[in-house]
Design a binder for this molecule. Structure first.
Ligand code: ADP
Ligand code: MG
Length: 380
């Protein structure tokens, strides 16, 4: 389909095409920028792109979702969706992986934008694979973690989004049926297979992201403050809050302000819960898996203060439904989505029941999606 869109808009065939999944984080929230652990999984919703290099430096884009755009490869960022594709091309050219020419790109996606499912990383990852394949300078069997770093760089430096490595790693390095246990400080990951018979459900609270960005920045600043305070109180070199251990808290309770203390406590507890969920998946202990997810939500509600009534309700209401394994908010919070693990046979009744409860409480229909843990990005 993305090849047909390309032919319709630009005429002729593209040189290559690629798809990239979005991702959902199963656990490990606000730990990425605190040097901690995350456990995302790629999802079946995906972005597809097709590209064809040009002889000049013009970049022409057509997105089914966002419309047409054009700019020079070396023009400054324009605050437009095409920045993500141009930024990726520029970073790849700098790394010597593609020729620094313009290109045409067609995009289509079934990932909702701005819902926290990483439509931006998917666009960059698919663009990167397609451009590398089209340019022929490097093999596409290229080091995936390295490609994730380059795509992250494109998003930070060119699109101007101060994001971590998780999204790009998850969409490029995931294996089907598995989540990815990623250490954000070491930038090392391993696949953690999900137990059989589980469905991932994602519910959208429908709360706009525009209202969230200032508060995300505030959390980051509070963590910086907590880290400074902890270094001073403990007299230790600490690279991040994730280097704190539970026994440090006796002293921290006497020295950190109440807010900084709660943020630090969330980070340390959340890293332990990531390990607990990964271990529960490995042993097939669904009760322990659910306990880790619900405890994560509770910590995000009480200690990190990033949940909203809509996400609290989706998690609380999930508890009583047949087949429910675990639930929590996912992504930065202040709205966004919740993620649910549900036994496959119950998934549809679960979704109907949860949507009805949401409608009763908030008077509107919540968007939701089903997925299995999917494969990372590939050429198509
Ligand atoms: P997300 O949580 O979905 O990654 P972001 O704000 O990080 O949200 O990225 C969304 C941005 O990515 C959009 O504003 C747009 O610029 C770009 N984008 C994502 N999907 C598409 C698409 N299908 N076509 C064009 N641009 C897209
Ligand atoms: Mg994004």
């Amino acid at each position: 389909m993305v090849r047909a869109l390309f032919a319709e808009v630009f005429g002729g065939a593209p040189a290559s095409a690629a798809r990239s999944p979005g991702r959902v984080n199963l656990i490990g929230e606000h730990t990425d920028y605190n040097g901690g652990l995350v456990l995302p999984a790629a999802i079946e919703l995906a972005t597809r792109v097709s590209v064809r290099p040009r002889a000049d430096a013009l970049v022409r884009g057509c997105s089914r979702e966002r419309g047409e755009a054009r700019a020079g490869l070396y023009d400054p960022p324009a605050g437009h969706w095409l920045d993500y594709a141009r930024g990726t091309a520029r970073v790849l050219a700098d790394a010597g992986l593609v020729r620094d020419t313009g290109f045409e790109i067609a995009v289509l996606s079934d990932l909702p934008e701005g819902a926290g499912l990483s439509s931006s990383a998917a666009l960059e990852a698919a663009t990167a694979l397609a451009l590398i394949a089209a340019s022929g300078v490097a093999e596409v069997a290229f080091d995936r973690p390295e490609l994730a770093r380059l795509c992250q760089r494109a998003e930070v430096e060119f699109a101007g989004v101060p994001c971590g490595i998780m999204d790009h790693y998850a969409v490029l390095c995931s294996e089907p049926g598995s989540a990815l246990l990623l250490d954000c400080a070491r930038v090392e990951a391993r696949a953690v297979p999900l137990p059989d018979g589980l469905e991932i459900l994602i519910f959208d609270t429908g709360i706009e992201r525009a209202l969230r960005e200032g508060r995300y920045a505030a959390r980051r600043a509070e963590c910086e403050r907590a880290l400074e305070g902890a270094r001073f109180a403990l007299g230790r070199r600490l690279a991040s809050l994730s280097e704190l251990v539970p026994s440090d808290f006796e002293r921290l309770e006497r020295t950190l302000d109440a807010v900084a203390l709660r943020r630090a406590r969330h980070v340390v507890g959340e890293n332990a819960r990531v390990r607990a969920l990964a271990a529960a998946f490995a042993s097939g202990d669904l009760e322990a898996a659910g306990a880790a997810m619900f405890a994560s939500h509770e910590s995000l509600r009480v200690d990190y203060e990033v949940t909203v009534p809509e996400s609290d309700a989706l998690v609380e209401d999930a508890r009583g439904l047949p087949g429910s394994v675990g639930a929590r908010m996912t992504g930065a919070g202040f709205g966004g989505c919740t993620v649910h693990l549900v036994e496959t046979g119950h998934a549809h009744a679960f979704a109907t029941g949860l949507a009805r409860r949401f409608r009763d409480r908030f008077g509107r229909e919540p968007r939701h999606w089903f997925s299995r843990a999917a494969a990372g990005a590939n050429l198509i």
